[in-house]
Ligand binder design. Sequence first.
Ligand SMILES: Nc1ncnc2c1ncn2[C@@H]1O[C@H](COP(=O)(O)OP(=O)(O)OP(=O)(O)O)[C@@H](O)[C@H]1O
Ligand SMILES: [Mg+2]
Length: 231
Amino acid sequence: MRVVSVIAQKGGVGKTTTAMSLAAICSEASRTLLVDVDPQGSASWWAETVGDSLPFEFATEDDPGVLAQLRQSVADDFDVVIVDTPGSLEGRDVLSTVLANSDYVVIPTEPAPLAVQPLITTMNNIVIPSGVAYRVLLNKVDGRAPGMRDDAFSMLDAQGIQHFRASCRELRAHVYAPAAGQVVTQYAKDRYSIEAASEYRAVALEMFADWNVTVGKHTPLSVAAGKGTGK
Ligand SMILES: Nc1ncnc2c1ncn2[C@@H]1O[C@H](COP(=O)(O)OP(=O)(O)OP(=O)(O)O)[C@@H](O)[C@H]1O
Ligand SMILES: [Mg+2]
């Protein structure tokens, strides 16, 4: 079992969207649990709107400190546990508790330089010294300005900070999904959302590759790999 925490030093960068979407994709190939440790409860509300169609298990925990016990109690039942964390992790205690109980950390950020620069500081001061495997995920990428994504990659590369090669574009479907009661694999297949699931599949494939996990031959994840969407 691997515990994957979605963290950021900034609010509103897409932690909950990433956690819910990655959980939906992982559930195509793995027994997946999403744990909401954010008192704001956005993921819990989203999970409620999806209801019985939610393709993964869901739990709410008020205190990130319970992650240690949780890890032991669900180890035999799940392959992947995704943790959605509070809006701002300025508080080092919360961040260090989450890091201490994670096997892998995903750090979403918007690609704008003013978002990436402080992220680099947090990475160098807190995340990298913790020794936990991680990757930064560029989210809300403007499809009409791919240069900004490439510049963000260059800023991260210059500092030796690991990032997913895949990124997630700013798509309207992600904004409507919680109220519509859908996770990324259930979005309408219109031109605004058709790419949403494949972007997260590409992210998941990189994560699985980091773990040296081979996904089953007939799962949607391996179909995505065959189509070369893991750019
Ligand atoms: N790729 C995306 N495309 C379009 N909108 C997005 C994308 N990712 C996130 N959003 C939107 O941005 C807003 C913030 O996203 P989200 O709630 O996932 O961020 P968060 O980091 O969890 O926020 P908080 O810090 O409040 O917990 C939401 O309205 C969400 O729908
Ligand atoms: Mg959130």
